[in-house]
Every structure is written in C-alpha cells, then in structure tokens.
Design a protein around this ligand. Structure first.
Ligand code: NAD
Ligand code: MG
Length: 371
C-alpha cells in the first residue's frame, strides 16, 4: 500500500540532530527509515495495550531490512515509570544483546517513551533510540525534545536524563485505536502551542479540530505543526534554562490538579488538567488586567467544544479548597521564594514567563473561580 504524504520536521540540534516523520501509515514502511540508522539489532519496548496492536508489524518491518528485532512489553500506566520497570527494561535490552551501535525502539505513549528513552540513556552508558509514539500526547509532545525519565516517591519525572532520539516516526493512523479521552488529552497540548505564540495556529485549530479527531489530513498537519513548535523551543533551549518554560503554559494549575486528584487517571489525566490549566491561565491573565476577556472566552469555548474540561468544578470528585490548590501549587518546581512563576498571556498567541506573582493574587483569583 502506498504511503500517504509524509511531512518531515527537522530538529537541528547539531550532532544530536534528528528528523521527525509524520504521516498516516508510516509503521509499515518504518523498516528502511530505521535501518538507515545503520544498526544490526533493535529491541522494541512497548506496553501490553499497544504491543498486541502494533508490535508485530513493526518487528516484521525491521526484520525485512535484516535487523534482528525482539519485543519487550511493560504494564500500561504511569506506575510503570518506576525503578522496578527501569531494571526490567535495562535487563531486557542487555538480554537482547543490544550493543552500542544498536537501537532501542519505544513503541507507545509517553510512559513507554520516557521509560525506554531513559533505559537507552543509561544502558551501556547510552545506546541510540527511536521513538514511535502511539498517543497524540506522545506524538506532539513527549517524543520530541529528549527528556526521558521515571518517577520517584518524591515526585514525577525526578530521575532522568536528556537523551535525544535518533529518529521519531509519528504514524497518525495508530491514533485510530486511541481511546477518545486520551485523544482529547493530547489535543489540549496541541491547542497549547497556538496559545503560546501562534495565534494563526489557534485559528486553524478552531476551524479544523474535527478533522484532527476523525483522522483526516488535518491530524497530520496538527501533529507536524505541534512538532515544529516544540522543536523550535527545544532548539533554542535544549536543557530548559530559559524559554522552554513557555511549554508549561497551563501546567502550574494543571499539575496542582493532578496532585490533588492523586494522579488517579480515572479522575483526571494530564491533558485534562492542562485544559483546565490553560483556561485558568487565561482567566488569571484577564483578572490581572493583562489579557482581553474575549480571548479567555475563546480559549474556553474551543476546548469545551472538543469535550475537554475547562473549569475547576469539572474536576471529578472536586478540586479541594483554595488552600489545597495553593499547597499543591507550592510543591511545584516553579516556586521561588514565596512567589510563583506563571506563564501568563497578553492574548491568544502572546504568552510570556511571569516570575514573582504574589501568592495573594493567586489566592483571590482562585477564590473567584471556586466561589
Ligand atoms: P500513556 O503512555 O500512559 O498512554 C495512555 C494510554 O493509552 C495507555 O493505557 C496506553 O497503553 C494506551 N495507548 C497508547 N497508545 C495507544 C494506541 N495507539 N491505541 C490504543 N491504546 C493506546 O500516556 P501518554 O499520555 O501518552 O503519556 C503520559 C506520560 O508522558 C507521562 O508520564 C508524562 O510525564 C510523560 N510526558 C513526557 C514528556 C517529555 O518531554 N518527556 C512530555 C509530556 C509528557
Ligand atoms: Mg504537558
């Protein structure tokens, strides 16, 4: 079967440069692209939901190119980003006799990508890895940028490494089997890129989101544009010393909500927290006199149209009191000296880093949101 048009997004990071390929049906033709990296063997790390759907097709595509390919599946879910799973994945990589020139291929969502990428960063002091992201969130966010890692009892993503992939293959057809809730959650991150600095992309999202969800060419375009946006930020600030923080738009509030709901995905998944967080960031900006109210209303209307939650009252089981929310925010790494750093907006596509926002301003805003 001929491949649909493929969009290439380069990530120009010097000697760590790589390409992201985006297109429907890429998996079947993944063999030559991965084989071009020059490995003799690959281990596919996946999870028990994704593996049965796609791992055989990928392994066969590799084997047709003469690569030795094995598969190792982990339990789905955030709890798998653990020391225990890291040990299992590292041992599986070693058992598969993956040498320095060989490849770890992450086939799955952000959980698999972060875990397999971290294993690739540390096994034999670093082997190359390829991302084959299978969730919208992973295609537009976690597979790009080289952050890998696991969770610790002290918090999420606290143990990890920067390890750029050698190649990212985003086959948008794989999203056809993704549960709608996960699709929406990833879409919140797509919208985020428009809100950060690309008002025209936000306009495009308003006009084209149905095609993104139904799997038309709009989906490929949304994934590619999101990858371009993330790649541009990553290239400017690979190790997050500066404006990579803009990618946290909506995340200070979002992370607080995830913490309050105890990372229970039955209540809230990350992208749902981000959707509410984006709306809160815009309404907070309005309340500070920075942003026209009409822009905040547009953000909320668009996210709500896709079925995403937009308000604190939409958190299943409630979001606690204003003090609970402030406590949860105070645990965020973006807190310095009693004041909070927020990503705020002067309008759609006009976000900026705002350090030193007084806690009292946040408190009165949250009181108006919960009251
Ligand atoms: P996930 O990996 O848990 O996947 C969500 C669910 O969808 C899982 O149950 C999975 O098995 C299933 N699934 C995946 N692909 C499927 C498909 N094609 N068809 C059917 N089911 C499928 O969640 P996620 O949202 O992809 O990733 C979340 C993780 O990503 C978090 O751990 C987060 O910290 C991390 N993350 C990392 C970065 C980064 O820069 N490294 C950025 C954002 C998020
Ligand atoms: Mg996010």
């Amino acid at each position: 079967m001929p491949e649909a048009p493929v969009i290439t997004v380069p990530v120009p990071l010097g000697d760590r440069a790589y390409d992201i390929f985006v297109g429907r049906g890429l998996l079947a033709g993944a063999g030559p692209r991965i084989a071009a990296l020059g490995a003799r063997a690959a281990i596919i790390i996946t999870d028990e939901n994704v593996g049965p759907l796609y791992a055989d097709a990928l392994a066969e595509a590799l084997q047709r190119q003469g690569l030795r390919a094995t598969t190792f599946a982990v339990t789905p879910g955030e709890a798998t980003k653990s020391y225990a799973s890291l040990e299992k994945v590292c041992d599986a990589v070693l058992a598969a006799k993956i040498e320095r020139g060989d490849l770890v291929v992450a086939l799955g969502g952000g959980v698999v990508g972060d875990l397999a990428g971290f294993a690739a960063a540390v096994v034999r002091r670093g082997v190359r890895f390829v991302q084959v992201p299978t969730t919208l969130l992973a295609q537009v966010d976690s597979s790009v940028g080289g952050k890998t890692g696991i969770n610790s009892r002290y918090g999420k993503n606290l143990v990890g490494a920067f390890h750029q992939p050698s190649l990212v293959l985003a086959d948008t057809a794989l999203l056809d089997t993704l549960p709608i809730r996960e699709m929406r959650a990833g879409y919140a991150e797509v919208v985020k890129y428009g809100l950060i600095d690309d008002a025209r992309f936000f306009d495009w999202c308003e006009a084209n989101w149905r095609g993104v969800f139904s799997g038309g060419l709009e989906r490929d375009e949304a994934v590619a544009q999101s990858c371009r946006a993330k790649a541009a930020v990553v290239v400017r600030d690979e190790r997050e010393d500066g404006d990579r923080a803009l990618l946290n738009l909506g995340h200070t509030f979002g992370h607080a909500l995830e913490r309050i709901t105890r990372y229970d995905s039955a209540r809230l998944v990350h992208g749902e927290g981000v959707a509410i967080g984006l709306c809160l960031a815009f309404r907070f900006s309005v309340s500070l006199g920075l942003c026209p109210a009409a822009d905040a209303e547009r953000v909320e209307a668009h996210l709500a149209a896709t079925g995403l939650p937009t308000r604190l009252s939409h958190v299943p089981g409630g979001c606690g009191s204003v003090d609970d929310l402030l406590d949860a925010m105070a645990q965020d790494k973006k807190v310095k000296g009693g004041a909070l750093t927020f990503i705020l907006a002067r309008g759609i596509g006009q976000s900026f880093i705002a350090p030193g926002i007084a806690v009292e301003k946040v408190r009165s805003f949250l009181a108006s949101e919960t009251g």
